[in-house]
Design a protein around this ligand. Structure first.
Ligand code: GAR
Length: 193
C-alpha cells in the first residue's frame, strides 16, 4: 500500500478534497494508495477534526515546543517516516522547511501554492495579484525543492480576477480550483510510482 501523509496548518480543505477524491475514485483498489495520516503543527487546525471523523490517523507537533527549525523538522520527519510514505503532501502547511527535510523527501514532496508560480511566491498572493492589476490568478501544484515556492510544476489552474474582487473573493475562487487540481496531481504521481 502506498501511504500518503498530508501536512496541514489550518482549515484543511485541500486535504479534505484529496481524502474525498481518494474515497470516490477508490484509490485503495485502483491505485493501491490511501491517506494514512494527517499531521499538523497546530493542535486547533480545523482540518484535524475532518480527518479524525474519517478514521484517519492524526498527529500534532507544535513547532513552538522546539528550539530550532532543524529540531522541529527532525521530529516531524520521525513522525512522517513511521508511515513509510510514498508521498508527503503539503496542504496549507504554513512552515518554511529546512533543506534537510526537503532533500529527505526529494521526489515525493508536493505543495500547492495559491498563485500562478513563478509569480507571487510567499504570502498574501491574492492581495498582491490584485494590486499588480493581474487579470488572471490561480494555483500551482509543484514538487518541493529547497527554494520556497519553487520546483517543477505539476499542475496549474487559472481563474479570472474580477473588477470587484478583494483578496477574500479571489481566494475563494482560487480555492475551488485547488480542490480539483491537487487530488488530480496526487493521483497522477501515484500512477507513475
Ligand atoms: C490554500 O489556499 C493553499 O494554497 C495555501 O493555503 C491555503 C490552505 O487552505 N497555501 C499556501 O499559501 C502555502 N504557501 P486549506 O487549509 O483549506 O487547504
Amino acid at each position: 500500500m502506498k501511504n500518503i501523509v498530508i501536512l496541514i496548518s489550518g482549515g484543511g480543505s485541500n486535504m479534505a478534497a484529496i481524502v474525498k477524491t481518494a474515497e470516490r475514485e477508490r484509490w485503495q483498489d485502483k491505485l493501491g494508495a490511501r491517506v494514512a495520516a494527517v499531521l499538523s503543527n497546530k493542535a486547533d487546525a480545523k482540518g484535524l477534526l475532518f480527518a479524525r471523523e474519517q478514521g484517519i490517523a492524526t498527529e500534532v507537533l507544535d513547532h513552538k515546543r522546539y528550539d530550532s527549525r532543524e529540531a522541529f523538522d527532525a521530529a516531524l520527519m520521525a513522525v512522517i517516516d513511521a508511515y513509510q510514505p510514498a508521498l508527503v503532501v503539503l496542504a496549507g502547511f504554513m512552515r518554511i522547511l529546512t533543506p534537510g527535510f526537503v532533500s529527505h523527501y526529494e521526489g515525493r514532496l508536493l505543495n500547492i501554492h495559491p498563485s500562478l508560480l513563478p509569480a507571487f511566491p510567499g504570502l498574501h498572493t491574492h492581495q498582491r495579484a490584485i494590486e499588480a492589476g493581474c487579470k488572471f490568478a490561480g494555483a500551482t501544484v509543484h514538487q518541493v525543492t529547497a527554494e520556497l515556492d519553487h520546483g517543477p510544476i505539476l499542475a496549474q489552474a487559472v481563474v479570472p480576477v474580477l473588477p470587484d474582487d478583494d483578496e477574500h473573493t479571489l481566494a475563494a475562487r482560487v480555492l475551488t480550483q485547488e480542490h480539483l487540481i491537487y487530488p488530480r496531481a496526487v493521483a497522477e504521481l501515484l500512477q507513475k510510482q
